[in-house]
Design a protein around this ligand. Sequence first.
Ligand SMILES: NC(=O)c1ccc[n+]([C@@H]2O[C@H](COP(=O)([O-])OP(=O)(O)OC[C@H]3O[C@@H](n4cnc5c(N)ncnc54)[C@H](OP(=O)(O)O)[C@@H]3O)[C@@H](O)[C@H]2O)c1
Length: 252
Amino acid sequence: MTDDVQNKAALVTGASSGIGEATVRALRAAGWTVFAVARREDRLAALAAETGAVAIPADISEDDDVSRLLSQVTEAGGVDTLINIAGGARGADTIGGASTEDWEWMYRVNVLGTMKLTRAFLPMLRATGEGTVLNLTSTAALAAYEGGGGYNAAKFAQHAMTGALRLEEAEHNVRVIEVAPGLVYTEEFALNRLGDRQAADKVYQGVEKPLTAEDVADVVRYAVTAPHHVNLDQIVIRPVAQAANHKLIRKS
Ligand SMILES: NC(=O)c1ccc[n+]([C@@H]2O[C@H](COP(=O)([O-])OP(=O)(O)OC[C@H]3O[C@@H](n4cnc5c(N)ncnc54)[C@H](OP(=O)(O)O)[C@@H]3O)[C@@H](O)[C@H]2O)c1
């Protein structure tokens, strides 16, 4: 672990719920300065009041918001670590029944949002001499499944982008980490994907211990606080009950 946390500062997207929110808590508890980014101001304000993070409401897919975010973070002292967690899934249709709107949403946030934030903050990360980018992808980035086409496509793209970035930025000493979780129980992910509570609950039904947002946040915290020359370049994290995407143990 680094012994100089006073100087560590991260921007965390997706901070208004689930894994992003838990990551803000974990890094604040570890003594980091944290800029918490998402669209919902009320949730960010509550998290900021609780943890001491700096809330910056922004839509990561909007160029103007990204420019404003960069200015605000620069004025507030900058960051050495960018943690791209904002994202998610919409729908579980087969390709034959794909919704263009859902696919566009998934690309806009997971792929383009991650690219826009990374592009904007790379000069700052390089200038620190020891920058880190961590992208939160998914096991959906590593294996396709029926009904996963749009989410698979977006997360595979985010995974590919992460690989290219690692190659491009090594000369600048920017470390690039991918965290790819399997089934994580968060309040909103499946609800946003499937549109109603009953369908969302079914995703986790009978699974005794899915991962929690805190489990994933703990891994993220570990990866970004490891000494800078240590690059955990791809971390796959699943609950024991999910030995593979196609093998999920449910107890009745
Ligand atoms: N839950 C799982 O099983 C699981 C598994 C593997 C990977 N993941 C990935 O982990 C990440 C977090 O998932 P989660 O389970 O924590 O889901 P979540 O609770 O739905 O969190 C998604 C976050 O992204 C933010 N967001 C969405 N669109 C945004 C935009 N345009 N601009 C800024 N922020 C935006 C949301 O905040 P606002 O709505 O306030 O903007 C929210 O904070 C996602 O990338 C997801 O794909 C999840």
